[in-house]
Design a binder for this molecule. Structure first.
Ligand code: ADP
Ligand code: ZN
Length: 215
């Protein structure tokens, strides 16, 4: 399958992608994961991207488009791909359209995951990550708390909030989504590509996508 997943931060795009890739061998392409990898590797891309990411702002379009132009050419995309976190602006969507036309690739559809804002804030503020960089275990104070609050079960280090998962950064990411990314809902609706799904349950999202793909 060839899909775009749209939805606010914390809507569950990553989780849904992981389930879908296991169904048919498509690859998940997450620009957020690619950028976090670059930050960790301290590459030029990472050094440029880090500040934008920590502030909850978007990384400039030209950087992202450079990444995506190369990524879509890689062999593993031949079995299909799920775009998670891209496109995020109208300019990125226009550029993606041109890339796909050039590659003679057609998208199946664009899926919008709808999750109420208070649920999103609750999901994102409750995430904790182990501060030990070789461990990085992930916890959730609501769904998967560590045995001792603030301490990693695996290695005993302190658990912390990611720089972009503090309340201030999260509210900024949500504002960025509303201003720059949510116009894509209308954009793809006008192209007759969009389905909107209640994103509260991953199972429902996955089965709705499957139904739409086979119809
Ligand atoms: P989330 O959707 O939870 O905000 P992501 O992991 O998708 O998180 O992205 C993390 C950060 O990486 C974003 O806040 C933004 O700074 C940057 N980023 C990811 N994808 C893009 C993109 N397509 N365009 C611009 N910036 C991006
Ligand atoms: Zn740990």
């Amino acid at each position: 399958m060839r899909l775009i997943l749209l939805g606010a931060p914390g809507a569950g795009k990553g989780t849904v992608s992981k389930v879908l890739t296991e169904l048919d061998g498509s690859v998940q392409i997450s620009t957020g994961d690619i950028l976090r990898g670059a930050v960790k590797a301290e590459s030029e891309l990472g050094k440029t991207a880090k500040g934008y990411m920590n502030r909850g702002e978007l990384v400039p379009d030209d950087l992202i488009l450079g990444i995506m132009e190369q990524r879509l050419l890689e062999d593993d995309c031949k079995n299909g791909f799920l775009l998670d976190g891209f496109p995020r602006t109208i300019a990125q969507a226009d550029a993606l359209g041109e890339m796909l036309t050039k590659l003679e690739i057609e998208l199946d559809m664009v899926v919008e995951l709808q999750v109420p804002r208070d649920e999103i804030v609750a999901r994102l503020t409750s995430r904790r990550t182990c501060s030990n960089s070789t461990c990085q275990a992930i916890y959730n104070t609501r769904f998967k708390p560590s045995k001792v609050e603030g301490i990693c079960d695996v290695c005993g280090s302190e658990t912390i909030q990611r720089d972009d998962e503090t309340e201030t950064a999260i509210l900024q990411r949500l504002d960025t989504y509303d201003e720059q990314t949510s116009p894509l809902v209308e954009y793809y609706k006008n192209q007759d590509m969009l389905i909107s799904v209640d994103g509260t349950s991953t199972d429902t999202v996955v089965s709705t996508i499957q139904d739409n793909l086979s119809s």
